[in-house]
Design a protein around this ligand. Structure first.
Ligand code: THU
Length: 133
């Protein structure tokens, strides 16, 4: 099984475990770190709606807790006819742990439907480099 298929399987498992009783829209995400590790997450909603979290957020938190800070590939999976792309806040979260090669795979429950670079989805990102100087 290649890396993208492993990511797909990890995201599908997370998708099936997602907690989305309010929107009924489950999302799974899986990250391949530059160390080869795979980390997954799902959306977790809350009766106090703003307390909910996105699938990408969970996968990135798991990656950081695993000691990894560079996303090679992230796969986002939802059961949707439309191609699902990460929300704006999650694009920014992915960016924090990305480089110019970072790939984003967009999938439904059957297959990966599109793979692109993060820079394609977030071409004019806030540049934190300026904060560091
Ligand atoms: N959601 C994600 O998990 N990731 C995104 O990038 C967009 C939206 C979740 C949040 C909420 O639980 C549900 O999808 C509907 O917005």
């Amino acid at each position: 099984m290649d890396a993208e298929q492993k990511l797909f399987q990890a995201a599908l498992l997370a998708f099936n475990r997602a907690y989305a009783p309010y929107s009924s829209f489950r999302v799974g995400a899986a990250v391949l770190g530059s160390n080869g590790g795979i980390y997954s997450g799902c959306n977790v909603e809350n009766i106090s709606f703003p307390c909910g979290s996105c699938a990408e957020q969970g996968a990135i938190a798991a990656m950081v807790a695993g000691g990894e800070h560079l996303i090679k590939t992230i796969l986002i999976l939802a059961d949707s006819q439309e191609l699902i792309t990460p929300c704006g806040a999650c694009l920014q979260r992915i960016l924090e742990f990305s480089d110019s090669q970072t790939l984003v795979c967009l999938a439904d429950t059957r297959q990966i439907r599109r793979t692109c670079r993060l820079t394609e989805l977030l071409p004019h990102a806030f540049a934190a480099k300026e904060l560091k100087s």
